[in-house]
Design a protein around this ligand. Structure first.
Ligand SMILES: Cc1cc2nc3c(=O)[nH]c(=O)nc-3n(C[C@H](O)[C@H](O)[C@H](O)COP(=O)(O)O)c2cc1C
Length: 203
């Protein structure tokens, strides 16, 4: 199955400049000990070994509703979002993160609704040249898991991530597709655990 590390030509800021990154890992699974959580934590542990700061957040455990498309965030300056839910706790973390990592299972070939809700709520962070530029200066990565052994089954979610990162102006630092993981506990005994660590070791 696929692992796509960052391109070899990528400028490694950590090694070249000793830059410590603030990495926010958003876990999209509702299962607290699920495969994406295990892979997210393996990634985060390796990132900390490299000297980065990490926070792993299970967004499905937070109260985050979908975007209401009221567009008030696009009309008023300084109003992140009118919905007073846990996304208000996430906005400051998203703003200061140097890197945002998505770790999630695939549900019907896409992201679970809980993670999609968070992504849709990025809307206030992307309006206007200033806000857009501030939110654009980030790196990102993707860790996907799924029961399927077929790489093609992950492509819709991978494509969603790729076009989103490109649209937001983020620099993709790697994609891990961890196939063949169905039950809780599968990731911990799989080759993907090391692959998740490798993704962080390349940062
Ligand atoms: C609602 C639902 C939809 C799913 N859809 C897919 C799918 O389209 N393809 C797939 O390979 N696995 C699918 N799965 C299986 C999960 O992706 C798989 O069990 C994954 O390891 C769960 O990750 P987690 O332990 O982090 O929750 C689905 C599971 C659920 C509950």
């Amino acid at each position: 199955m696929r692992t796509k590390a960052a391109s070899s030509s990528h400028f490694d800021r950590t090694e070249e400049c000793g830059m410590k990154k603030n990495i926010l890992v958003l876990v999209g699974s509702p299962r607290p000990k699920g495969n994406s959580q295990v892979l997210a934590e393996a990634f985060a542990a390796a990132a900390r070994e490299k000297g980065h700061e990490t926070e792993v957040l299970r967004v499905s455990g937070m109260k985050i509703a979908g975007c209401q498309a009221c567009e008030r965030c696009w009309k008023k300056d300084g109003l992140p979002c009118v919905q007073q839910d846990d996304m208000q706790k996430l906005y400051p973390k998203l703003n200061v993160a140097d890197m945002i990592v998505f770790a999630a299972p695939i549900y019907y070939f896409g992201f679970p609704a809980q993670l999609k809700a968070v992504i849709d709520r990025f809307y206030p962070l992307c309006h206007g040249d200033d806000k857009r530029r501030a939110f654009a200066d980030k790196e990102s990565a993707l860790i996907l898991c799924g029961a399927s052994e077929e790489e093609d089954d992950f492509e819709p979610a991978v494509a969603n991530y790729e076009v989103m990162a490109d649209y937001l102006g983020w620099e993709d630092r790697g994609i891990l597709v961890a196939s063949g993981l169905g039950d809780i506990g599968d990731a911990a005994k799989s080759e993907w655990l090391e692959a998740a660590r490798d993704l962080a070791m390349d940062l």
